[in-house]
Design a protein. Structure first.
Ligand code: ZN
Length: 195
């Protein structure tokens, strides 16, 4: 059975960012898949938020990792509410608003069209700003109504549902989808087994 590694199944870097926690909705199994400054910088490149791992960039420390995780916590709460059809919780929304204001203040705005905020690509503070701006883009656009949460028990991963009917249920059919098939097969072949 596959272990849940950092994954890029979200279809949007902000969803992949929240998905850096595996078994997100199961407190007993919840596990971080990315850690440390180096780990996050490598993640940023794989997620295509940064063009390359910055070398000779400013040293970044634990405070910047916590800033990143704070934004992730806010996005987690907002996306959970969105997928539950609930209004976003006020503290998470305030945190997101603040992250956006800071990101805009720090970003460049090249004098050309289409107008685009350009966050830096050097360190984890830049990464936080970039992800806040991408979150705005996601939540302000048509993708917002396509965000789904995997139906796998404990999984909690988010993805953009690009199916025409909007009926995708699993983060990955080879992962939670498989587990579900195995569970249903077991229930069929062991009708008296306790659940
Ligand atoms: Zn899943």
């Amino acid at each position: 059975m596959s272990e849940k590694q950092p994954s890029f199944i979200g279809g949007h870097p902000v969803l992949d960012f929240v998905n850096t926690v595996a078994w997100r909705t199961d407190p007993a199994r919840r596990v971080e898949r990315v850690s440390g400054t180096e780990g996050w910088l490598r993640w940023a490149v794989t997620a295509e938020v940064f063009p390359s791992v910055p070398d000779g960039g400013l040293p970044t420390g634990d405070a910047e990792v916590s800033g990143l995780l704070e934004l992730r916590g806010a996005l987690e709460a907002v996306l959970d509410a969105v997928t539950d059809g609930q209004p976003p919780p006020a503290p998470a929304w305030r945190a997101l608003r603040l992250a956006l204001l800071r990101a805009r203040e720090a970003a460049a705005l090249p004098p050309e069209l289409p107008l685009r905020w350009e966050p830096g690509t050097r360190d984890l503070t830049d990464l936080r700003h970039a992800l806040a701006l991408r979150a705005e883009e996601l939540l302000a656009g048509p993708g917002a109504s396509r965000v789904r949460r995997c139906a796998g028990p404990g999984c909690g991963w988010f993805f953009l549902d690009r199916t025409r009917a909007g009926t995708r249920r699993w983060c990955s059919s080879g992962d939670c989808g498989n587990r579900d098939r195995a569970r249903r097969h077991y229930a069929r072949t062991h009708p008296t087994a306790p659940h």
